[in-house]
Structures are given as C-alpha cells and as structure tokens.
Design a protein around this ligand. Structure first.
Ligand code: UGA
Length: 362
C-alpha cells in the first residue's frame, strides 16, 4: 500500500460503504473511486479531493471495466441484502448478488486486480445449531468456521435461501478463480453489522421492510409495535460498525495475510435473541428520551408467513469463529452490544425524532 494506492468501492453509498469511505479519507492517504446510484449517505465527502464519486449503475460493465483498470484494489459491496426481498423478488436477488458480481470477479482476474468481496454470514444457512437435539446455552458449541463448517440451505421452494445460495455460489466462483487464475481475493462474511445510517425508515427515506434494527427503530420512533417474527427466538451476533471497519482496514492493509482467505467479521460476545434485542432497544430508547418514560412500547409476536409471506425460513444461530481473524489480522471487536445500541439509537433519534414528533402531532 502506497500513498497513491487507488481503491475502487462499488456500493460506496450504502451503510458499510459510507462508513468505510469516511475512515479511508480521514485516516489514510489512499485515493477512492466510489460508485453508487445513491449518494445521500456520502454527501459530505463529495468535495474531498481524494474522493471521486461516480454515479453509475454497476450493470454498465463497460464503464465498470474502465474503473477497475484505473484501480489497485476493488471492493465489492453491491448487494440486495434485506430478507423481505429474497422471497418477493428472488430473480433480482440472484442477478444482483451473483450474475453481476460474477462479471466483476472475471474482470479482476483478467486485469490482475486484488478483489475484496463482501459476502454474508448467511452462507452458513440454517446453521448447525438447528440440528442439535440437546440445545446448549454455550455459543462456543455452535461457532461457524470459515473453512470447515458446512453450509446448510433449505429446500428450493423456501426462497429465503435464494440470496444465501447466490452468495455461496459466488464465493465458490471466487475461490475457483483463485485456484485456476491466481486471482488475489479476500472474502468477508459480515455478521449483522449495526450502527448509524443502517438501512432506512420505511416511508421516510426508503420503502419496504428493512433489517431488524431499522424495523425496531421505525416502531420506536413512530409508536408502532415491535414485531417478533416467530416469537423472536432466533439469535444473531451483532457487530458495531466501527469494529467492522477496523477489521476491513486490517484486510486492506495486510494483503499478504488476507490473500485468498475468507474471514468472518463478527462479535460472538454480542449474541442475543431477537426478543432480547427488542427489550434492550425499548429500554435504551426510553433512557435516551426520558420524556417518553410513561409511554408503553408494545412488543408482539407475528408469524413469519404473515410478516414476510410464503417461502421464508430463518437462520437460527450465527456465532462467528474468531480464530482466523485473531490469528491473521490481530483483530478483536471491542464494542459491546449495550454501547453499540446506545450509539446507534442516539444517532437515529438525532436524525428522525423531529419528524417522528411531527407525524405524531399530525
Ligand atoms: C440479513 C441478511 O440476509 C444477511 O445477508 C446479512 O448478513 C445480515 O442481514 C446482516 O445484517 O448482516 P438477517 O440477520 O436474517 O440477515 O436479517 P434481519 O432482517 O436483520 O433479521 C434478523 C432477525 O430478526 C430474523 O430472525 C428476522 O426474522 C427477525 N426480525 C426482523 C424480527 O423479528 N422483527 C422484525 O421487525 C424484523
């Protein structure tokens, strides 16, 4: 990595991309070419001389190819990653998460560019925990390891797995390009990153069903019930975005250790059930808005069929094995869930609470 290293970030305008651009511009001398069709989350970087924003549809392969040629490292963040889409527009999900990035992988191999690809912890699928008859409270029993754990998908009619299957097949393509064409790649499997600017609030700055954190924020801000899909028993290991960005920076900066590796980026200490997450968020929201202390926030169960429609299944437990990130990247997450939620909820309040009050009054 030199002062003049140029990174191409496809999908720079999303949640992870916007935090990554922020860190790179503030902490390094690298140049960034950022591609996205949206720039609301990166508006404050548009005038930065180290940042070139390109408003481009990543489907424009000829234009993307020219940008790849100008870069040293390509980071691929473009994805449709909200579960509500997996069962409703599965063809588009497969196209965006497999067919289009396949072309990018090929370009990187052809041009000898280093590729850092963002996959997902969802490739582990239904996970080994669901097949254990003696359910244990010990998360260590269920850790998911990058190079050894089987990836378990549901049946084809359960279209929930359209996304995970697309992502898994792309990982296999990347691996094969590494084997046959010596592609220099790193695959990242994010485990439920959370933080400011995640997803959107439906009807305010986006449409549809976002991921759970934004769903619960929508409920808190607009006094709707927090919905627990199938009782909120499934568990996730939430990772604060600043920790995640530290790990991504370590991957970019350590090409030798990261070469041809798959990494979990997650925080096993932050594993909770979705029901626990809902209770924590209600409590922290009230702490941050003491004027609402007397308000009741309803938490209620809903069937996955009613919430997401037919074809929805779920991952039960996702606990990352940390051995590889510790050994090769010397990375360890630092932010506990309480702190992560506190910071994230405070940021959502700063951005949306005035609007929430207005709507309530109106
Ligand atoms: C999604 C993507 O599919 C993954 O690729 C991605 O890695 C992951 O988000 C992530 O953020 O890293 P998932 O964790 O299932 O996976 O997404 P969420 O929509 O955040 O759902 C988490 C859990 O909360 C699920 O069990 C879901 O059923 C539940 N949920 C969601 C609720 O109980 N209530 C809601 O209002 C929304």
């Amino acid at each position: 990595m030199t002062m003049s290293t140029t990174l191409l970030i496809l999908g720079c305008g999303g949640f992870i991309g916007s935090h990554l651009v922020d860190r790179i511009l503030s902490a390094t001398s690298w140049k960034v070419i950022g591609v996205d069709v949206q720039n609301g989350k990166i508006a404050r970087f548009l005038d930065n001389p180290k940042f070139t924003y390109v408003n481009l549809d990543v489907y424009d392969s000829a234009a993307v190819r020219k940008l790849v040629a100008k870069s040293d490292i390509v980071l691929s963040l473009v994805a449709l990653c909200n579960p509500s889409l997996y069962t409703t527009v599965p063809l588009r999900v497969i196209e965006v998460n497999f067919l289009r990035p396949y072309e990018l992988v090929q370009m990187c191999a052809d041009m000898g560019r280093r590729l850092i690809h963002f996959s997902t912890c969802e490739v582990y699928g239904r996970t080994i925990a669901g097949f254990d008859e003696q359910q244990s409270d010990d998360p260590a029993r269920y850790v998911l390891s990058e190079d050894t754990t089987p990836l378990i998908m549901g049946p084809i009619s359960a279209q929930r797995w359209s996304y995970a299957s697309a992502k898994q097949l792309l990982e296999r393509v990347i691996y094969a390009f590494g084997q046959e064409k010596d592609l220099d790649y790193t695959v990242i499997r994010p485990f439920n990153f959370i933080g400011p600017r995640m997803d959107f609030i439906p009807g305010v700055d986006g449409e549809g069903v976002p991921r759970v954190l934004a769903c619960f924020m929508d409920a808190l801000l607009f006094h709707k019930p927090l919905m627990l899909v199938d009782g909120g028993l499934n568990r996730r290991s939430f990772t604060y975005i600043d920790d995640a960005i530290d790990a991504i920076m370590a991957i970019i900066s350590r090409p030798g250790q990261a070469r041809k590796q798959i990494f979990n980026i997650g925080n096993p200490a932050n594993e909770v059930s979705i029901a626990q997450l809902a209770s924590m968020m209600v409590r922290i929201y009230k702490e941050l808005r003491p004027e609402l202390n007397d308000c009741e926030f309803e938490i209620k169960a809903v069937s996955s069929r009613k919430f997401y429609g037919d074809g929805y299944e779920d991952s039960d437990r996702r606990v990352p094995d940390m051995t590889k990130v510790r050994t090769l990247l010397s990375w360890e997450p630092k932010v506990d869930l309480e702190t992560a939620l506190h910071k994230t909820i405070a940021d959502y309040i700063a951005h949306y609470a005035a609007l929430a009050e207005c709507r309530k009054a109106g």
